[in-house]
Design a protein around this ligand. Structure first.
Ligand SMILES: [Zn+2]
Ligand SMILES: [Zn+2]
Length: 231
């Protein structure tokens, strides 16, 4: 495979920039620390996810069971969900900058933070939650696919979104699931085990719809790894 010259040039100039430019905290603009674009003080304040439901990653009190009441009542199709962080400041602002304002440095930082709090299970191969091509063209990239690219694990590319769906925000959990019905499909044979990766998990309707789709095409175990869980 030939790598275009501009691509090599971009990589070289990026590497050079990292040597020349010191790390900068993306939250408060102070000096970066420990190889991250985050200062020691902001790092110490990060909302790491603590004890949570094994199935849906919803935060749980210390004395609770390992699965939340909702997941006990209706067992979700994914075998497990792991969130590295909670969707609280400053992670929420970093995710918004990454997703809606083309701040790829914020994306790189978030992927580094995910690696510092990985799932307790082996996660390869990864599969990103897909965006419809129309959305990728609008945004310029798929934020979940970029996170996968920055994580040091193999990625399966066989999942895609077959129809464009209206944005999920401001919909109830039930409306979200109706909106997504039959929205995803696969090409090629699906691996037996997969870890679905997304930036944020709110109600879980997207990952549940995808987990069901993957199970129908032969994936026996779908697990989920998100950067941040909305508590
Ligand atoms: Zn800072
Ligand atoms: Zn749960």
């Amino acid at each position: 495979m030939r790598i275009p010259l501009w691509h090599t040039a971009t990589r070289v100039s990026r590497a050079l920039l990292r040597v020349l430019l010191p790390l900068r905290c993306l939250v408060c603009n102070d000096d970066g620390h420990d190889g991250l674009d985050l200062c020691a003080a902001c790092y110490a304040e990060l909302p790491w996810a603590g004890r949570a439901c094994l199935r849906c990653a919803l935060p749980l009190p210390d004395n609770a069971l390992i699965v939340c009441g909702t997941c006990r009542e209706e067992v979700p199709p994914q075998a497990a969900t792991h969130a590295s962080l909670l969707y609280l400041p400053p992670v929420d602002q970093l995710l918004v900058r990454y997703k809606f304002h083309q701040d790829l440095a914020a994306g790189r930082l978030l992927a580094q933070l995910m690696q510092r709090a990985p799932p307790p299970w082996s996660c390869a191969p990864l599969v990103p939650v897909p965006l419809h091509n129309r959305r990728v063209r609008q945004r310029g990239y798929n934020q979940a696919a970029e996170l996968c690219r920055l994580l040091p694990m193999p990625v399966w590319q066989g999942l895609y979104r077959r129809r464009h769906t209206a944005p999920q925000s401001e919909r109830s959990a039930e409306q979200r699931r109706d909106n997504l019905f039959d929205a995803f499909a696969t090409r090629g044979s699906a691996p037996v085990r997969l870890t679905l990766v997304d930036d944020v998990m709110t109600t879980g309707s997207t990952v549940m719809e995808i987990a069901e789709t993957l199970r129908l095409v032969g994936t026996e175990e779908v697990r989920v790894w998100v950067c941040a869980r909305v508590p």
